[in-house]
Write a new protein. Sequence first.
Length: 95
Amino acid sequence: MTNAGSLVSGIEQKLRILIARHDELQKAFHGKNAELQSLKKVMEEQQKTISRLEEKIRTFKLTKTIENKEGAAEAKERINELVREIDKCIGLLNT
C-alpha cells in the first residue's frame, strides 16, 4: 500500500508541476499574442504611411513634369488616370 501511495503522491506532484508549467505557457502565449496584435497595428499604420508617401511622390513627379514642360505625355497620362479614379468614385457614390 505504501508503494501505491508513493506512486500516487509522485503522480500528483508531477501533475502539479505540469499544471504550473501549463499556466506559465498560457501566460507567455497571451503575452505574445498581445504583442503580435500590437505589431500588426504598427504594420498597418506603416502601410498607410507608405501609401500616403507614394501618392505624394507621384504628385511631386507630376508637378515637376508640368513645371519642366517635359514629358507632356506622362502628365496627360497621369491626369487621365486621376480623372478615371474620380469617375470610379462618382460611380460608387451613385450606386
